[in-house]
Design a protein around this ligand. Structure first.
Ligand SMILES: Nc1ncnc2c1ncn2[C@@H]1O[C@H](COP(=O)(O)OP(=O)(O)OP(=O)(O)O)[C@@H](O)[C@H]1O
Length: 253
């Protein structure tokens, strides 16, 4: 039986629900009965060791591949069998760990592709919206520059721009702070805070934990495709499970 969608257990309205998602590639399990919810407008942080299945979880949410078992619910609908393109139209957008812009196009043209193809905007409306987003992500001065010539920080900003131009209800950020200097990271965190404040729900996978902690309302920890901890960020970071994974301290030490 399909579980009731709204409201969720804590009385909040969920934008996303993963219900016992499982996925394996041969002997490698990337999702192991993974279940959680994201409330409308919530910012959820995701941490876990390399290879734990975090990016795979995004692939299951965006429909890059389907689960072996379990279901994905988004905005009141079961989207488990929905194509990636339809999920994008429905309001799920992502940024990639390795930025994937159209390098031979300008920043503005990259933004326009997302606004027209994913958000379904046209003409002046699309242009106006792209300019607004470029201002928000501080890329407006680079609007006419080729994406291939941007710095790493600017490419990360372009990833966010493209995702935001799709008018998402849920934004998936995959290790967007990696490789940045401390000062660059601070700027990026402020932009993500602004996006969060505008009401967009966010799931943010990040190894740069202090950046994550500055934004997220809740944290989950994934190891071997399994959710091993979930809750208030500070408490989770101090939990024995996290210390064991990140610092090599035995859970019962
Ligand atoms: N399409 C695929 N086919 C086969 N194996 C895959 C596929 N996608 C991911 N994997 C494997 O699944 C495991 C989990 O990968 P995933 O990228 O989801 O981990 P991650 O937690 O995001 O890691 P990282 O923090 O290093 O980015 C890895 O061992 C990876 O090689």
């Amino acid at each position: 039986m399909v579980p009731p969608l709204f409201p969720s257990e804590d009385g909040m309205t969920a934008i996303l629900r993963l219900d016992h998602l499982s996925k394996s590639f041969g002997a490698v399990t990337v999702a192991d009965a993974l279940s959680y919810e994201v409330a409308q407008g919530e910012a959820l942080g995701v941490i876990g060791p390399n290879g734990a299945g975090k990016t795979s979880m995004f692939n299951l949410i965006t429909g890059t591949f389907g689960p072996d078992n379990g279901r994905v619910f988004f905005d009141g609908k079961d989207i488990t069998n929905m194509s990636a393109a339809k999920r994008s139209h429905a309001g799920i957008a992502r940024s990639f760990q390795v930025p994937q812009p159209f390098s031979g196009m300008t920043v503005f043209e990259n933004a326009m592709i997302a606004a027209t193809q994913s958000a379904g905007l046209h003409g002046h409306e699309a242009e106006r919206f792209c300019l607004e987003v470029l201002e928000q992500t501080e890329l407006l001065p680079k609007a006419n520059v080729l994406a291939g010539s941007l710095t790493l920080l600017e490419r990360k900003r372009l990833e966010m721009t493209r995702a935001l131009c799709a008018k998402p209800k849920l934004l998936l950020l995959d290790e967007i702070a990696g490789g940045l200097t401390e000062a660059e990271c601070k700027f990026l965190v402020q932009t993500i805070k602004d996006i969060h404040a505008s009401g967009v729900a966010i799931i943010w996978i990040e190894h740069v934990v202090h950046a994550l902690m500055a934004v997220v309302d809740r944290l989950i920890v994934i190891d071997f495709g399994k959710k091993i901890a979930e809750g208030e960020p500070q408490k989770i970071m101090e939990s024995p499970e996290v210390k064991e994974i990140y610092l090599g301290i035995e859970a019962d030490a």
